[in-house]
Design a protein around this ligand. Structure first.
Ligand code: BDP
Length: 622
């Protein structure tokens, strides 16, 4: 019916999983050019949202097809204007801009890369399609040499569709209302299966970068420790272009630029004697997060290509009751969050990244979950550099309807895991992959589905634990059998027994005992939280006041304290800051479970958390 949706479904054949997706980095042989800035923008407001594709708006500058407005890239487009129809828009939006390519790029490989665009994107350069991408939170790129005017101006056009269907991640549905006595003609809404607002647009950097025509396409590094001292880096380098006759030099450099290990093999091992290990900052306060540089120099007929990858040497092991980092127990006192902030929605912003990491340190947070989709690479970089562990989660939230477990959905989920692991596999901060949040894991059909997604992820990366986050109980859940760590979200005294904090300890205790006795695996409470509207007070406390959030959390903390060092390996409060959701009677301008406001100002709950986490640093650090 609605052409916008059909296009999404039928074009989904473009699985863009090539070998590598290295982050663009300048080097002796590579140039990176940022295309961020103010682009031209136009939403396709036609009833079928299909006018732009039909009339091929990409064939000419967007401004010639109709009125355009300036739109910042990166950002979500939703909150930038005063236009309610744009805020709540569903369908195709169009962006374009010019860019110049110097003549001397002609002999290099030129790549156009998007950090992410939510959800489905089609990209044209000079009116020719160069790439499509299905999925809202991961990078995609295309080699664009054959479309370029070297030494001249080029037109870049992007169409982005935010429609969520039963086979997207997260899934959603488009609901039409045919009753013309109650709804305007052609009325439809996007129904969501998650509680965060479906911010959309070009959310992350758009960049051009160059490489020689024979180039380092990908590198995979895993690390180990020998005799407690020597760091072992096992790596594999993939070459793109014509690799024949090429050679490689691998140098491991320490922070001062000293070469501490070398190799000349494409696949091999480099040993660093007396290595500085990578630790989360709470385990090694004086020298956390030590990063070496793996400098790769490829020499071929096409010249030399140099790429530098930061590498942290560390191991992760999971026993039946502990997580060990470099053979030492690690307790995660963490937080769940969203990328949500201010006017830009989920668009990348360095000030917000810096503020959020400063708030992590202020609170004493030593890990976070990329709830509930993969975060920007620049956020992940910060975690690597500051020594904050990450549960790296796919956008698999809301997998609850039978159709969401179909083969079409499964295929896409596997593809998303390919892309996520490909992007983040070398990051020391990533402690675990989470393939989903709160799926229908009590259903029989979830068994083959999660067996497949978890098994596939484990085969992509055998070095890290894999899990998903359950909101079912130990009796009903059918998919937790496949995970390495049992992650679960609980809202006792919030969604059930609202207002009764006295039930928390008893309910949490029997819950955790149940999981333990059934599975004998480590437990991780990935969400617990109560809403509080900043400035709302009541004493004695009641739901939605700042006091209630504090009372509520304190009860959970007592239960956690009794299990740290036994079977609980982590706790994460939900959530870091208030965030915008779809409108609904349960949400007052968004979800208020933040311990910070959306502007990152602490509520009393943040001071409680800070006190707890700073004390936990002292208690669990060594
Ligand atoms: C959990 C979801 C999370 C929600 C939270 C809530 O995992 O995404 O925001 O509930 O209701 O079920 O606050």
């Amino acid at each position: 019916m609605w052409a916008g949706v059909c296009v999404v479904v039928f074009l989904c054949v473009t699985g863009v999983v090539g070998v590598g997706m290295l982050y663009p980095r300048d080097s002796e042989s590579r140039e990176v050019r940022n295309l961020d800035g103010m682009w031209n923008f136009r939403a396709d407001m036609s009833p079928t949202r299909n006018a732009g594709l039909k009339a091929a708006w990409f064939k000419q500058p967007l401004a010639k097809t109709g009125p355009v407005i300036p739109m910042p890239v990166p950002s979500s487009y939703n909150d930038v204007t005063q236009d309610i129809s744009l805020r709540d828009f569903v369908g195709w939006v169009w962006y374009d801009r010019d860019f110049f390519v110097p003549q001397d790029w002609q002999n290099r490989r030129v790549v156009l890369r998007f950090g992410s665009a939510n959800y489905y994107a089609i990209v044209w350069v000079n009116a020719q399609e160069v790439v499509q991408h299905n999925g809202g939170h991961l990078p995609f790129e295309a080699e664009i040499n054959k479309y370029l005017h070297f030494g001249g101006s080029n037109l870049l056009t992007v169409a982005v569709n935010n429609t969520l269907t039963q086979h997207t991640l997260p899934p959603g549905t488009i609901q039409y209302q045919a009753d013309t006595e109650r709804y305007p003609d052609g009325y439809f809404v996007q129904n969501l299966q998650m509680d965060f607002f479906n911010y959309a647009g070009i959310h992350r950097h758009v960049r051009l970068y160059t490489t020689p025509t024979t180039y380092i396409d990908d590198v995979t590094v895993t690390t180990n420790i020998s005799n407690g001292k020597a760091g072992i880096m096992q790596y594999q380098i993939d070459v793109g272009g014509s690799a024949q006759g090429s050679s490689i030099k691998v140098d491991v450099e320490d922070k001062d630029g000293n070469v501490v290990g070398t190799s000349t093999n494409f696949t091999g091992t480099v040993t660093v004697a007396n290595a500085n290990l990578w630790y989360p900052y709470t385990m090694m306060p004086n020298s956390p997060a030590y990063l070496y540089t793996l400098k790769m120099t490829l020499t071929s007929k096409a010249g030399t290509d140099v790429y530098r990858l930061p590498v942290g040497i560390r191991t992760i092991q999971v026993t039946d009751s502990q997580v060990l980092i470099n053979n030492r127990p690690f307790y995660c006192h963490g937080i769940g969050k969203h990328e949500d902030a201010d006017i830009r929605g989920r668009g990348l912003d360095y000030a917000t990244i810096a503020k959020d990491f400063n708030m992590f340190k202020w609170l004493g947070v030593n890990c976070f979950r990329t709830s509930v989709y993969p975060y920007a690479e620049e956020i992940m970089d910060q975690a690597d550099q500051e020594g904050i562990m990450v549960i790296d989660e796919s956008p698999g939230i809301g997998i609850t309807q039978d159709e969401n477990f179909s083969n079409t959905s499964l295929f896409h989920h596997l593809e998303v895991m390919d892309e996520l692991v490909r992007r983040d596999k070398n990051r020391p901060a990533v402690m675990m992959w989470s393939v989903a949040n709160e799926p229908g894991s009590d259903k029989g059909i979830s068994i083959p589905y999660f067996k497949s997604v978890i098994g596939h992820t484990r085969s992509l990366d055998p070095t890290r634990p894999v899990s998903f986050v359950s909101n079912k109980n130990y009796i009903d859940d059918k998919a937790v059998q496949f995970v390495d760590i049992i992650c679960f979200n609980r809202y006792y005294a919030w969604y059930t027994d609202t207002g009764h904090t006295e039930v928390i300890q008893v309910q949490m205790a029997s819950d955790m005992d149940g999981w333990r006795s059934k599975y004998n695996k480590p437990l991780f409470v990935t969400e617990y939280g109560a809403g509080s509207v900043a400035g709302l007070h009541r004493d004695p406390s009641s739901a939605f006041t700042e006091e209630y959030q504090v009372d509520f959390m304190a009860e959970y903390h007592k239960q956690f304290d009794s299990r740290i060092g036994k079977d609980l390996v982590g706790e994460m409060v939900w959530t870091f800051s208030d965030f915008i959701t779809a409108q609904g009677v349960k949400r007052v301008v968004g979800n208020k479970k933040g311990v910070l406001t959306r502007q990152r100002q602490p509520k009393p709950a943040a001071f409680l958390l800070r006190q707890r986490y700073q004390a936990l640093i002292n208690r669990t650090a060594h």
